[in-house]
Design a protein. Structure first.
Lengths: 462, 118, 295
């Protein structure tokens, strides 16, 4: 038993982290990503591979479907979850998650030890009253659940709860997921073993016409919002035949209202509101936004090395590195990406969006300028990165007319990302799964922009 | 010679399968929670409306047909490598005539677009 | 020259392969924390997806490392292999083809859309890489006029096959990456499908599958040494040292290539494989056949 605990402690010292970002939590995501890179913790691409689930921001549920909870239930023990509601708390929250895992590893198999673990957790919370306050104020937080419904709902020690339930665990889980599996809008056949053709409450796929004039099995698979390298808050409900997206509809899970302006278009939004903004601030933000998009696109394209370089550069740009420092690194990156003929071979012809079609949907910004496929949109990003670097030390005030953010025209009532989301279903139709991922990544809508604003002006950010 | 050549293979198979079982055994001994977790499939948080196991639309079906033709041919090519010097020129001519015909088939399939599916 | 190693080598071989795979994975991740990652999977709870076919997953995850190690039976260290089978080349090919079944079963079993996509991606990948691959290894066999790996190594005492069959060598390296669905060919377990065939695996199942993939990668890369790089042939150093050096060089080359190239999608690669690589590989075989006739 002792050996088991010790092994657990060694194993979980560097947990694999599944980062789930809510729309509107870009600041938190960036902070967590930087912290993960600093700690060199591995990233998990799904719940099966995760030890620690880090929620950046509060995940917005879709109707009565609490997907975040279901995601958490799919993580095998030992596991822990943390919520990061403030970029400054990223490091603390991750450390907290690690401690919860280690404490869990130390007490697992000994139920009487669970109480002290709980105290430990409370103490840790007590040390940071602001964070704790933030949690309870939000109403839906797990801290609430955990303080009101007791240790069995203990978020930091999911496997303790499992330990308690023992043999009955599998049974309860089944019922739970039967519920989770039903979607809003479909009939709720919780225990549908008796239903015709349904197995464990789910039917088998039925046939439907496909794009090649055949009739084949069709699956309704919702993609996102917690897929790796996927826009936060985006859900694409697809009809899949094999790995072809037959039809797609898009849903945005955005918080009901946001007190902060969208991070990537913040300088222009502030300028539009009449606040003084300098050119270098806007240039840095544009540069970092495109580097973020490029990093995501390259990651989806499976080119991890330059993707990591782009993300590191993004953090440097936001961190205020000098133009001289930035320029050489960024030139190397953009040149390397442009020169790759394999990348061109693999991404050209994917998701063609002509400028006339783009205009019809009201698309502005890089997607309109590119007037072509995913590769063309990547090239526009690279070009704008190169141009923005040169303006990173220009302290003159930003002209407050003709405001163009990283994703297009700045218009608070009709954000550019809304048009990108609108154009998605058309571009996704008939694409193969990998191409569909590339299309989404090449448009990279920022759903932060879609959250309704209610407070005037932004507040300080990191 | 024959039987002794395969003896180590049998031993190796036993060792590897034993190793796999041992790993599972270690897992059972040290894992945090013994009961398995039953959960839904992952596609980003939400779940599909049907069981994903389905008749998968294999759009590269024509490629499998072309492949089968070549794969059969490879069965002849393995023993052929050992007899080329004995049989002489006729062995080479016959084999590459055969391959040439198959390649013509590949060219036709290519023209028909069998190798593209997006 | 080639000889069969004593029986205890059958016990040493899997251990040695695991050590090489471990070293390669550590170099690739640029970290020494691999042991921790393995431990993490060992202490993890078993995870089953709803209505999963657990048996298929088990068969698939077991088959991958088993096939990889069994393929290595004919892999000589210096001039000694665990068993120098008379049809060693065919044996290697047969074992390596088991990966098709392994990945597909692992992808199909969990009853999950993304893992299903991953499993089928590997079948498409197999259709693309397998034929040029088989042509490449038969070309090497033709050069030695034998299907025995030991005979292949002996035939390269003067000149390495890589020198006068460069196309076959290049094609083999590409297929080595593809059969281990590693590096630019990692689409079956790509991040765009959240891990694909491996997306629903946790604990020991995941360890076996991903570990088996590394073993297969190492074995496939190492097999290029007796096939094309003269096996243990070389001056000054002992034969086993040459094998180790050459294997390390091939592994290093492949790991470098991975950093240079994004993931290759099969709907683009199949065309290249069939229209360019297959005719090239046939032409290479023809050249070798003519040379063999002439000597």
């Amino acid at each position: 038993m002792d050996l088991r605990n010790r092994l657990g402690r060694v194993a979980l010292d560097r947990p694999a982290v599944l980062l789930v970002t809510a729309a509107g939590a870009t600041r938190e995501r960036l902070a967590v990503e930087a912290e993960l890179a600093r700690r060199r913790w591995p990233r998990a691409s799904g719940p099966a591979a995760a030890d620690l689930v880090a929620f950046a921001g509060a995940p917005a549920p879709a109707g009565d479907d609490d997907w975040a909870e279901r995601l958490w239930n799919g993580v095998p023990a030992p596991k822990a979850r943390v919520r990061v509601r403030d970029p400054e708390h990223a490091a603390h929250a991750l450390e907290h998650g690690r401690m919860a895992l280690l404490v869990g590893a130390g007490t697992q198999g000994r139920q009487e030890q669970r109480e002290p673990a709980g105290h430990e957790r409370h103490d840790a919370d007590g040390e940071h009253p602001p964070q704790h306050d933030g949690h309870t104020a939000s109403g839906r937080s797990e801290h609430d659940g955990h303080t009101t419904s007791g240790p069995s709902e203990h978020d930091g020690h999911g496997h303790d709860a499992h330990q308690d339930h023992g043999g009955s665990h599998a049974g309860t889980d089944q019922g739970h997921h039967g519920h989770g599996g039903s979607h809003p809008g479909t009939d709720h056949d919780h225990h549908g073993h008796h239903m015709g053709g349904a197995i464990l409450g789910l039917p088998m796929a039925e046939r439907a016409d496909d794009r090649d004039g055949l009739r084949l099995d069709r699956l309704h698979v919702p993609l996102g919002p917690a897929l790796p390298d996927w826009p936060a808050g985006l859900v694409v409900r697809t009809e899949l035949q094999g790995d072809v997206v037959q039809r797609a509809s898009v849903e945005a899970l955005v918080p009901p209202r946001s007190s902060r302006p969208a991070f990537w278009s913040e300088p222009w939004l502030r300028s539009a509101a009449g606040a003084p903004v300098t050119v270098d601030e806007a240039a840095r933000r544009r540069c970092a936004a495109h580097l973020d998009s490029v990093g995501r696109f390259l990651a989806v394209a499976g080119w991890r090395d330059p993707a990591a370089v782009a993300r590191r550069a993004r953090d440097q740009v936001l961190g205020g590195a000098s133009v001289a420092d930035l320029r050489s690194g960024l030139r190397t990156l953009t040149r390397r990406v442009r020169r790759s003929w394999t990348l061109r071979w693999l991404t050209s012809g994917v998701g063609v969006l002509s400028s006339t079609q783009a205009q019809r949907y009201g698309v502005t910004g890089p997607a309109l300028l590119a007037d072509g496929d995913a590769y063309d949109r990547l090239l526009v990003w690279l070009e704008e990165i190169d141009r923005a670097v040169d303006a990173c030390d220009d302290r003159s005030p930003l002209a407050s007319h003709a405001l163009n953010g990283p994703r297009g025209r700045i218009a608070p009532e009709a954000p550019a990302s809304r048009t990108l989301v609108d154009v998605l279903p058309v571009l996704l139709e008939g694409t193969e799964f990998a191409c569909a991922r590339l299309v989404v990544a090449s448009l990279d809508p920022d759903l932060d922009e879609l959250a309704p604003q209610h407070a005037r002006g932004g507040h300080a950010h990191g | 010679m024959r039987s002794t050549a395969w003896e180590p293979v049998a031993v190796l198979l036993a060792v590897v399968v034993g190793g796999v079982l041992l790993l599972h055994g270690v897992g059972v001994a040290v894992r945090a929670v013994r009961e398995p977790l039953t959960t839904g499939p992952f596609s980003g948080g939400f779940e599909p409306r049907e069981h994903p196991v389905s008749r998968f639309h294999v759009r590269w079906y024509p490629v499998t047909m072309v492949f089968l033709a070549f794969d059969m041919e490879m069965l002849f090519m393995y023993p052929w490598t050992k007899v080329v010097p004995e049989v002489g020129t006729s062995a080479v001519v016959e084999m590459f005539l055969f391959l040439g015909i198959l390649l013509a088939g590949v060219g036709y399939a290519w023209r028909e677009g069998a190798f593209r599916w997006t | 020259m080639a000889e069969t190693a004593p029986l205890w080598a059958a016990v040493v071989l899997p251990v040695a392969l695991v050590l090489v795979a471990w070293a390669a994975a550590s170099v690739d991740a640029r970290s020494a924390g691999l042991g921790r990652a393995v431990l993490r999977l060992l202490v993890q709870q078993r995870r089953l997806t709803r209505a999963a076919d657990v048996l298929l997953v088990r068969v698939g995850t077991t088959l991958l490392p088993v096939a990889a190690v069994l393929a290595a039976v004919v892999l000589p260290l210096g001039f000694r292999s665990v068993s120098d089978l008379p049809d060693g080349i065919v044996w290697f090919n047969a074992m390596e083809a088991l990966a098709w079944a392994a990945v597909w079963l692992t992808g199909w079993g969990p009853n999950s859309a993304l893992s299903l996509i991953g499993g089928y991606r590997f079948l498409a990948q197999g259709l693309a890489y397998e034929l040029p691959h088989m042509l490449a290894i038969t070309t090497a066999a033709l050069g030695a006029e034998s299907l025995r790996v030991g005979a292949l190594v002996d035939a390269q005492a003067g000149l390495w096959f890589a020198v006068w069959m460069p196309v076959a060598f290049g094609v083999y390296l590409l297929s080595a990456l593809a059969m281990a669905f590693w590096g630019p060919f990692d689409q079956p377990v790509g991040t765009d499908v959240a891990g694909g065939a491996a997306s629903e695996l946790a604990g020991v199942d995941r360890l076996l599958f991903l570990g088996g993939r590394w073993l297969l990668f190492v074995v496939a890369a190492a097999f290029s040494v007796p096939l094309f790089l003269g096996g243990g042939q070389g001056p000054f150093l002992p034969a086993w040292a040459w094998t180790v050096l050459k294997t390390a060089a091939v592994l290093g080359l492949l790991m470098w290539a991975r950093r240079r190239v994004p993931t290759v999608r099969m709907e683009r690669y199949v065309e290249l494989a069939w229209v360019v690589l297959t005719p090239l590989a046939v032409a290479q075989a023809l050249v070798v056949a003519v040379v063999v006739l002439g000597r």
